[in-house]
Design a protein around this ligand. Structure first.
Ligand SMILES: [Zn+2]
Ligand SMILES: [Zn+2]
Length: 241
């Protein structure tokens, strides 16, 4: 038996003892299939031509092309149903194995949406030292590192968080922009000046945090900033429809 075949057999044997699990719903799945047939049917994919301002497909956009400090945003999924459950599980580290799948799907989207853009660096939404100590991990950072690996672009910490903020999802929409206003800084001007930067986070809800970080990069003379996330939440207006 060739070495590669032997490794494959060992891998399959391991999968029988510790089966692969669906990256969204965590049920055991067939070897290396990543998501289960049920999630494959119900997952809400963002498809077709996208609005560069909110990242939704043109049919789902109701931002009316609102201007932002970033030039475009993309994501593979709508933040709803099994996708929301899967990302929450990943955040609480129940399914840490989902990271390569989320990163791969996000990287594919970046490749499709920004095919003509040449990025100099990938960066992420930072936390304060206290927040990092409390959580023990920065999900935005580990996702950015994994996306950077897929795209073969260096992941660099370009933004710092100056003060702690309330959690955005605990606040009503009208308070979210003020909550993050002025919360971020850019310690390395020379690393940002003239650069085209890809800013990564796990999800976009109001988009205020991404926009505030893009603003800081622009204030430090970035050439352009683009954003990518795993999933985008529908606006409240859309949810009510
Ligand atoms: Zn599933
Ligand atoms: Zn839009």
């Amino acid at each position: 038996m060739l070495k590669d075949e032997l490794l494959l057999e060992i891998d399959k044997f391991r999968a029988e003892i510790y089966p692969d699990r669906c990256c969204f719903c965590f049920t055991p799945i067939d070897y290396k299939t990543e998501i289960c047939p049920s999630c494959r049917k119900t997952v809400k994919i963002i498809s077709g031509i996208r609005c560069m301002s909110c990242g939704m497909s043109k049919n789902d956009c109701d931002c009316k092309g609102k201007s932002n400090f970033y030039s475009g945003i993309t994501a593979p999924y709508i933040y709803d149903g099994v996708v929301r459950d899967g990302i929450i599980r990943w955040k609480y580290r129940e399914n840490i194995h989902a990271l390569p799948f989320f990163a791969k799907e996000t990287a594919k989207c970046i490749h499709e949406s920004f095919s003509s853009v040449k990025f100099d660096a990938v960066t992420f939404i930072p936390q304060t030292a206290a927040e990092e100590k409390e959580k023990g991990i920065n999900q935005s950072e580990i996702l950015a590192q994994e996306v950077g690996k897929y795209l073969k672009i260096p992941t660099v910490k370009l933004i710092e968080k100056i003060f702690e903020t309330s959690r955005q999802h605990n606040l009503p929409m009208h308070m979210r922009s003020g909550n993050v206003f002025g919360a971020f800084g850019c310690p390395a001007y020379e690393s940002v000046k003239g650069k085209t930067i890809l800013l990564i986070d796990d999800i976009k809800t109001s988009g205020n945090t991404l926009n505030e970080c893009a603003k800081v990069l622009q204030l430090n003379d970035a050439s352009e900033v683009y954003c990518a996330v795993i999933a985008i939440a529908r606006s409240n207006k859309r949810k009510k429809k």
